[in-house]
Write a protein that binds this ligand. Structure first.
Ligand code: CTP
Length: 402
């Protein structure tokens, strides 16, 4: 799928630049045409000679040739490329890209590029964790650029954590997947829920859970990328979603989620309940703040409505319904019971016994069970990759039902 594709790589000054010659070789082996832009500091980590030899093109670095005064148009490179990959991207270049600072050929090309842009951060653990970096990454993703998430591992500083640039083999797979990606859900309406619900006790307190919403949001992005029109009903989370194909509705409580979801269900082709909906809510919310008393406090909780069960009862033959099950024991048995009781087509099981799975993590490890009793287990992956596996599974079912 990469055959004949024009791939422009922007390299910045990170130790991870040593991976770029391997990446260029792999891309060339797949039949892609590769050209490169290096920042000045990148040249300290990987030589232009190595990269121009491997790519069979001169490496670009400046706006103009100081010897003959000829102009190197950044617009031309951005127009030439089918995809622009900035890898490795340092915290500095992330900041420039996120804030429109076009003071070198690499960032000027980013601003001028009309093609999809991928970026693969590489930096030290603490720099990666810094709120500035996080905001810059969020901004770039919200502008429609594709983040190639760094992996956890040993870093050049000797620290261990997130910040290692993705391996060249994986980057090739990601680019290949991008070009292969068919708009296989074009025209489909997909309803997804995400995040926790908060059940108010009084005006300042609530009962909630640790759901981050990352899995539901990753599913929304994946479906949107594959052509679906997505309705995302989300509990309170700290993720920003800006995607033209995703219509976001924010809710707080289980009752609000029930109202929003049941109102949209009839028109949806595929519905996925990834939200961690509260099973109980306080009976009657106090209008005033509950004051401290010596005796202690007993709260009466009453059950919330089971949204998924309700949807399962009114599901039509041509609608697909998918639930999630987060279990801590008797995982398969519990998931099978939920699949049957809620009349689902699929249930996605994650066990809290698996390290890196479940709430808050950027990764997940799932098993998908279908209504015929079949199950498929997957390894630990980023939530975006897990979303891809779930969406592929749904595609195989919708193919059968068509
Ligand atoms: N769910 C729902 N409405 C609720 C509770 C759960 O729609 N009030 C959905 C969740 O979004 C999830 C599935 O049901 O897709 C399973 O949720 P889970 O909390 O694992 O199961 P419960 O049915 O609540 O059972 P239990 O908490 O006893 O495991």
């Amino acid at each position: 799928m990469l055959k004949g594709k024009k791939i422009l790589i922007g390299v910045t000054g990170s130790i991870a630049a040593f991976k770029i010659p391997v990446l260029v070789r792999l891309l060339k082996k797949e039949g892609a045409e590769v050209r490169l832009i290096l920042t000045d500091t990148a040249k300290d980590f990987v030589t232009p000679l190595t990269l121009s030899t491997l790519s069979e093109h001169p490496v670009e670095n400046v706006f103009y040739n100081s010897e003959d005064g000829s102009w190197h148009s950044h617009i031309e490179l951005g127009n030439w490329a089918d995809v622009y990959l900035v890898a490795p991207v340092t915290a500095t270049t992330l900041g420039k890209m996120a804030n429109g600072i076009a003071d070198n050929l690499l960032t000027a090309t980013y601003l001028a590029a009309k093609c999809p842009v991928f970026f693969a951060p590489a930096m030290d653990l603490d720099m990666f964790r810094h709120p500035t970096t996080k905001i810059n990454i969020e901004k770039l993703v919200s502008y429609g650029n594709y983040l190639i998430e760094p992996k956890e591992g040993e870093l050049a500083s000797g620290l261990i954590g997130a910040g290692r640039m993705e391996e060249p083999e994986e980057i090739v797979k990601i680019l290949d997947g991008f070009f292969q990606k068919k708009k296989d859900f074009k025209g489909k309406k997909v309803l997804i829920t995400a995040g926790p619900t908060f059940e108010n006790i009084d005006p300042v307190r609530f009962i909630g859970n640790y759901s981050s919403g990352k899995m539901g949001y990753a599913l929304a992005e994946e479906f949107a990328d594959r052509g679906a029109n997505v309705d995302l009903v989300s509990g309170p989370v700290s993720i920003h979603m800006i995607n033209q194909r995703v219509s976001l509705t924010n809710v707080i409580s289980a009752q609000e989620m029930y109202d929003e979801v049941t109102g949209r269900f009839e028109k949806s082709d595929i519905t996925i309940m990834a939200a961690a909906v509260a099973d109980y809510t306080p009976e009657g919310t106090g209008k005033e703040k509950i004051k401290k008393k010596e005796k202690g406090l007993t709260l009466k909780l009453i059950p919330t409505k089971d949204i998924l069960k309700k949807l399962g009862q009114s599901k039509r033959k041509n609608q697909l319904l998918v639930g999630f099950a987060l279990e801590t024991e008797n995982e398969l048995e519990n998931a099978r019971t939920k699949l049957k009781n809620k009349n689902l087509d699929l249930i996605v099981l994650n066990s809290l016994k698996d390290k890196g799975a479940g709430f808050s993590h950027d990764t997940n490890k799932i098993t998908i069970l279908d209504s015929s009793g079949k199950l498929e287990s997957f390894g630990l992956k980023s939530k975006r990759e897990v979303a891809r596996d779930i969406v592929n599974k749904i595609l195989s079912l919708s193919d059968k039902s068509n």
